[in-house]
Design a protein around this ligand. Structure first.
Ligand SMILES: [Zn+2]
Length: 155
């Protein structure tokens, strides 16, 4: 037990801590971060099923030597809307904020309509407007098809 606790609080020098991830969603968050985006010296720590006052249970992901692109933050906001993202520099928290969806989501998820112009191999990026926030629903700006199953449609 003490070993687990120690792992949990191991500080990182530089990187990103994604906290307050809904219970069981950390592996989906890892998929969004993507192994290819990692520095070769990066360590990724994942804590599953951690007690949380706010959520009951939560997951945490810490990634050394990496800051997330705005698109990855948007993808995390879709999959794990309760998450917070902290940027760590030299062991200090530089910024901490909840993930937040902008009005439009570009290039993060694909349109579920196979006939949509964004799925025709044209140089057109998928683009959705946030048509509902709780729970989140997106509407394609090209064909008006709605989407609420984001995991299956991540770019
Ligand atoms: Zn579409």
């Amino acid at each position: 037990m003490s070993e687990v606790r120690e792992l949990r609080i191991t500080p990182i020098r530089n990187g990103t801590v994604i906290d307050h991830i809904g219970n069981g969603l950390a592996l989906d968050v890892l998929r969004i971060i993507g192994a290819r985006g990692l520095d070769k010296d990066s360590t990724v720590s994942v804590a599953l099923h951690v007690r949380s006052g706010k959520l009951g249970w939560k997951d945490i992901v810490k990634v050394e030597n990496m800051e997330l692109s705005p698109r990855k933050v948007n993808a995390i906001a879709l999959i794990a809307p309760t998450a917070t993202i902290s940027i760590i520099r030299d062991y200090k928290v530089q910024s901490k904020r909840p993930v937040d969806l902008p009005e439009t989501i570009v290039g993060v998820v694909t349109c579920p309509n196979p006939n949509c112009i964004s799925n025709q191999g044209e140089p057109i990026e998928s683009e959705f407007r946030v048509s509902r926030r709780r729970p989140v629903q997106l509407t394609c700006i090209y064909c008006e098809r709605t989407l609420d199953d984001f995991l299956r449609h991540l770019v």
